[in-house]
Design a protein around this ligand. Structure first.
Ligand SMILES: Cc1cc2nc3c(=O)[nH]c(=O)nc-3n(C[C@H](O)[C@H](O)[C@H](O)COP(=O)(O)O)c2cc1C
Length: 210
């Protein structure tokens, strides 16, 4: 039995394109793998710890066995608990919008929590980074209001997919499958609905082999 962590990074609930695609993917996956566990993390509803002064100083002091306050230890323990939950999954599904050419701040906050040395990545003796979350698959549903096709000038503005793939790869997650729905706004409702429906069909097919 596998555990799938389903991370929603849009606040738009039933109006969200990325969630509609990821939901369809997860439903198809559940049909194909009825015994697997799906754990939902809704980044705009669930509470994440702040990565503030206490958490950051807790990180440095606890990791380096330096004197630290109870408050720092508790703040760092809350961060580690989120990382442990992340690492306990065997597979990941992420639904994310493009916001200002990148990702929503709640997903960035989650990334700032889980990407930690010694827990999700390390540095080898030659000074090279090595991911510690390996041999796990990821499916990402990306939604964008505009269009950023490869080979066009728009491609350079796409810091959403580029960043997600970079940071996942940094942690060792290199098997990243994806579906993009674009443009969800720029060419009107009819085009958006066609694109969304095509993206859902594609996602459902991809779930069979995930
Ligand atoms: C705060 C905000 C910023 C956005 N920035 C961009 C952007 O930089 N480029 C773009 O193409 N669309 C942008 N959009 C539009 C969203 O990417 C688009 O509505 C997408 O469908 C959102 O994903 P969702 O439907 O899953 O919520 C933005 C939307 C919001 C709310």
């Amino acid at each position: 039995m596998s555990k799938v962590l389903y991370i929603k990074a849009s606040p738009m609930r039933q109006r969200s394109n990325s969630i509609a695609i990821a939901d369809a993917f997860v439903e198809a996956y559940k049909k194909a793998n009825p015994k697997d566990e799906i754990k939902l993390l809704d980044l705009f509803s669930d509470k994440l710890p702040d990565f503030d002064y206490v958490a950051a100083s807790g990180k440095y002091n606890v990791m380096h066995n330096k004197p630290h306050s109870d408050e720092e230890k508790q703040a760092w323990d809350r961060v580690v608990a989120v990382i442990e939950e992340f690492k306990s999954a065997d597979k990941y599904v992420i639904a994310t919008p493009m916001w200002n050419f990148s990702i929503p701040y709640r997903l960035k906050q989650y990334i700032d929590i889980i990407v930690q040395p010694g827990l999700t990545f390390t540095v080898d003796s030659a000074g090279n980074y090595q991911g510690l979350v390996t041999d796990k698959r990821v499916f990402v549903a990306y939604a964008r209001g505009g269009e950023y096709p490869a080979g066009t000038p728009g491609e350079a503005f796409d810091l959403q997919k580029k960043y997600i793939e970079l940071i996942l790869g940094f942690m060792g997650l290199t098997d990243v499958r994806f579906v993009i729905v674009e443009p969800s706004l720029m060419k009107g409702r009819e085009v958006a609905e066609q694109k969304r429906s095509a993206a859902i069909d594609k996602a459902v097919k991809m779930a069979a082999d995930f």
